[in-house]
Design a protein around this ligand. Structure first.
Ligand code: FES
Length: 83
């Protein structure tokens, strides 16, 4: 489960993704609950690198991964949602 950059450079970078699940990984987010925990107008960032300790939310761990692996991973940013 290495990214393109890791494969190309043969980096062995571990992630927080559990590898022992028998089927594909599916994460469910209750968007109303998530929005209610955020300030109106605040961005919500979803992790795409599987290294966040707050998964499925981004905690910035992609920066260390990118530096180590020469990758360019980053979050999905949700910018607009109701107050
Ligand atoms: Fe994974 Fe930011 S920590 S995209």
């Amino acid at each position: 489960n290495r990214c393109e950059g890791c494969r190309a450079n043969n980096y062995q970078v571990s992630s927080n993704m559990p590898k022992n699940e028998p089927t594909k990984r599916v994460d469910t987010v209750d968007i109303e609950e998530l929005v209610s925990q955020s300030l109106s107008g605040e961005e919500i960032k979803f992790c795409r690198c599987y290294r966040s300790s707050r998964f499925p939310l981004c905690d910035g761990a992609h920066n260390a991964h990118n530096k180590e692996a020469g990758d360019n991973a980053g979050p999905v940013v949700i910018k607009s949602f109701p107050p």
